[in-house]
Design a protein around this ligand. Structure first.
Ligand SMILES: Nc1nc2c(ncn2[C@@H]2O[C@H](COP(=O)(O)OP(=O)(O)OP(=O)(O)O)[C@@H](O)[C@H]2O)c(=O)[nH]1
Ligand SMILES: [Mg+2]
Length: 295
């Protein structure tokens, strides 16, 4: 069989995590319409007829300002070192701008790329764009760099995803399997639970709040058919705590219910979830907490 590692990079919100979930055929990375959803590198393994693809989902590349943002960008660019193929994802509904050029330059100036690593351009979200309107954008992206392959696709509907994997396997060597047949991600359950809770907070809130929130699972106890999870939700200011809790606790209940439903389905157990909102100013500058949170 063939196997290899593919690092997926790109700006925030282009659909990197969606593609990993589609390829792995399971939700292992949270997805939202708010940029900078993914904060750390996540491994997902796609088991395909041709072999195994180890996919590295990465945080969206951006100009970092906090220590958290710096760690996110470092994690994304660090994935290049471990990859056999780079996949750079862009959004087909947009023309490349200065930020796209910055991202492509960053990726193409990494030492590994200079060694001739294949770089695929994945033009995502073609399910929502008119093919004719898409062409000028596609040509502009094409001109940005010497891509090994260019594939328009929809990570969400799966359109052209098989073509992407086939082209990737063409570039990979015959190797022994690196993972067991049932291995899909390197994330422990505690981490997955924290991420699912964070996704529900992002869904339930808007504007700047998702950037100010972090989730840490304090306890994860399996008791037969039951799992008891206690988690802390960190926010930076009191006003944000009020928003997360909502009127008479309504928003926190909504977040808890959505997270509990998804967790109990994923774990195939009944889940008891206890959420506690804590104010911790400037948590995104606290190196110790950031490391504890897995960022
Ligand atoms: N229509 C459409 N929407 C998509 C597609 N792929 C992803 N999306 C949507 O785009 C948004 C961002 O998707 P994510 O997978 O979270 O994007 P990301 O690149 O991982 O974002 P960050 O983690 O913030 O860097 C979500 O609302 C997805 O549902 C697609 O192929 N078509
Ligand atoms: Mg993501």
């Amino acid at each position: 069989m063939k196997s290899g590692t593919v690092a997926i990079l790109g700006r925030p919100n282009v659909g990197k995590s969606t593609l990993v979930n589609t390829l792995v055929n399971q939700k292992i990375a949270i997805v939202s319409n708010t940029p900078q959803t993914t904060r750390s590198r996540i491994l997902g393994v796609a088991h395909c007829p041709q072999g195994q693809l180890a996919l590295l989902d990465t945080p969206g590349l951006h100009k970092p300002w906090t220590r958290l943002n710096k760690r996110m960008v470092r994690a994304a660019l660090g994935a290049v070192d471990d990859a056999d193929i780079l996949a750079v994802m862009v959004d087909s509904s947009r023309r490349p701008d200065a930020s796209d050029r910055f991202v492509v330059e960053q990726i193409f100036s990494t030492p590994r790329r200079r060694d001739g690593l294949p770089v695929f351009l994945l033009v995502n979200k073609i399910d929502v764009v008119n093919k004719v309107k898409m062409l000028p954008g596609l040509e502009a992206y094409q001109a940005l760099a010497p891509w090994t392959e260019i594939v328009p696709l929809s990570a969400q509907t799966g359109l052209n995803v098989d073509r992407v994997t086939a082209l990737m396997f063409d570039r990979l060597e015959e190797r022994d399997a690196a993972f067991d047949d049932d291995f899909v991600t390197d994330q422990p359950w505690r981490q997955l639970a924290a991420e699912i809770i964070r996704e529900k907070i992002i869904d339930a809130t808007t504007a700047e709040l998702p950037y100010a929130v972090a989730v840490q699972v304090d306890a994860f106890q399996e008791e037969g058919r039951l799992v008891r999870i206690a988690a802390s939700i960190f926010v930076e200011r009191h006003g944000q705590k009020t928003i997360v809790i909502g009127k008479a606790g309504s928003r926190l209940r909504e977040i808890g219910t959505a997270a509990r439903l998804e967790l109990s389905q994923a774990l195939a157990r009944k889940v008891f979830l206890h959420l506690h909102v804590k104010v911790k100013s400037a948590w995104c500058e606290d190196d110790r907490l950031l490391a504890e949170l897995g960022y």
